[in-house]
Design a protein around this ligand. Structure first.
Ligand SMILES: Cc1cc2nc3c(=O)[nH]c(=O)nc-3n(C[C@H](O)[C@H](O)[C@H](O)COP(=O)(O)OP(=O)(O)OC[C@H]3O[C@@H](n4cnc5c(N)ncnc54)[C@H](O)[C@@H]3O)c2cc1C
Length: 375
């Protein structure tokens, strides 16, 4: 017989068998399954990353209301957020159409779906933003058009200002419009959030600093919503020696019609009637905020000059009047609002958009770097 005949093949030789044709479908099937698995692995949705400052993660809008004609109050549920640093931190939101991002200020730390704080960082995963609709603004318009149930992309937290408790005697906050948000965040952090009786979080010292918030809006209907003013009014009632709130409006659009600058009116917030000053925050109001006792401000001058100066804060060139700068007191001014307002009270920012020198009304009163911060 021929030595290569199968029957005489060496013991370890691989012999073609008549069955080998039947394995082909098995091999093809296994290959197909393998390829499908590989394809699924490549195109599967990536697991949602927790909120972080470096990359965007999905978030869900849970409620969206319009408390004033040109603003939105938006609650956002975040993915696995760590407790925010505090105070003075921001959450970034991007508009996917144009890939532009902007920072916004959560009013409080993390809350549960019903707005109840589950101890910051516990079951709470929601933050609330008060956002102004800027005419022609990219991101605020995008956010303003989002409804409850829709998704957005966010990143955070990023610190916006180093809060240093340098044993200030007085902290005076000046805000315009949605510029109240960082001050609400600060006051909420210090006074309003639910506290666990943890020794690492002692209550704030009961004597200082004293906080004064001077807030201006265009008209009563554009004042911050009761979600913001309500807790502040309650704080003022509870701790009158620690916190004082004064509200200003450029004009009285509702009710009694327009009134003269400097006149007093009233507005109802959370069932309480609050005094409302018509006209912009004046130099005298800043002086009054750092007086030993929170006495009422001097009456406005009836002259045209007085009327105008209440709408246009005195220029930085005006010499400081006797006793205007709180002598012997450690005073910190924080200013946040539309850029022209920040400039009027604290001077323009530097070219590189850092805070720059102190100018404006506060510069004219003798306050300098370290005593005035522009947010
Ligand atoms: C730390 C920080 C926290 C903030 N927190 C809040 C907050 O809590 N709530 C809030 O409402 N805002 C907040 N802001 C402001 C916010 O980040 C945005 O700047 C604001 O919403 C406007 O952004 P935008 O993209 O809508 O508008 P932009 O597109 O930036 O437009 C801003 C303005 O410029 C004008 N403009 C735009 N393009 C042009 C153009 N080509 N020519 C002329 N004018 C133009 C617009 O008409 C508009 O008036 C915060 C800012 C900072 C820095």
């Amino acid at each position: 017989m021929h030595p290569t005949h199968p029957r005489y093949a060496p013991p370890h030789a691989v012999l073609p068998t008549p069955k080998s044709g039947r394995r082909l479908p098995l091999v093809l099937g296994a290959t197909a399954v393998g390829l499908s698995l590989a394809a699924w692995y490549l195109v599967r949705p990536a697991p949602a990353q927790p909120l972080n400052p470096h990359s965007y993660t999905p978030a869900l809008i849970t409620t969206h209301t319009h408390p004033t004609p040109r603003t939105s109050l938006i609650r956002i549920r975040l993915t696995d957020p760590a407790p925010p640093p505090g105070p003075f931190y921001a959450l970034w939101i991007k508009s996917p159409q144009v890939q532009i991002e902007r920072p916004y200020t959560p009013l409080r730390g993390l809350e549960g779906p019903e707005g109840v704080e589950g101890g910051e960082g516990a079951e709470g995963r929601e933050v609330e933003l008060w956002v102004k609709h800027e005419d022609g603004g990219e991101v605020s318009r995008y956010l303003g058009g989002k409804r409850a149930g829709e998704g957005i992309e966010v990143r955070g937290w990023t610190p916006t200002l180093q809060w240093e408790d340098k044993a200030w005697d007085e902290v005076v906050m000046i805000s315009g419009g949605t510029g109240i948000a960082p001050f609400y965040q600060l006051l909420h952090h210090l006074f309003l959030r639910s506290r666990s009786p943890s020794p690492s979080q002692p209550p704030p010292p009961s004597t200082r600093p004293r906080f004064t918030l001077l807030h201006g809006s265009l008209s009563p209907s554009e004042l911050p919503p009761s979600e913001i003013l309500g807790p502040l009014v309650e704080l003022q009632r509870r701790e009158p020696d620690r916190f004082r709130l004064r509200l200003f409006v450029d004009r009285l659009m509702d009710g009694a019609g327009a009134m003269g600058a400097g006149q007093e009116a009233e507005v109802e917030v959370a069932g309480q009637r609050l005094p409302l000053t018509v006209g912009r925050i004046r130099r005298e109001d800043l002086v009054d905020a750092v007086r030993p006792s929170h006495s009422p401000p001097p009456p406005p001058s009836p002259s045209w000059r007085g009327l105008l100066s209440s709408f246009f804060p005195a220029s930085s060139r005006a010499p400081p009047a006797q006793g205007e700068k709180g002598k012997g007191k450690k005073v910190l001014f924080l200013v946040c609002g539309p850029e022209p307002m920040v400039e009027a009270y604290a001077g323009p920012r530097a070219r590189d958009l850092s805070e720059g020198e102190v100018g404006g009304v506060l510069g004219g009163m003798g306050y300098g770097r370290g005593e005035v911060r522009k947010l």
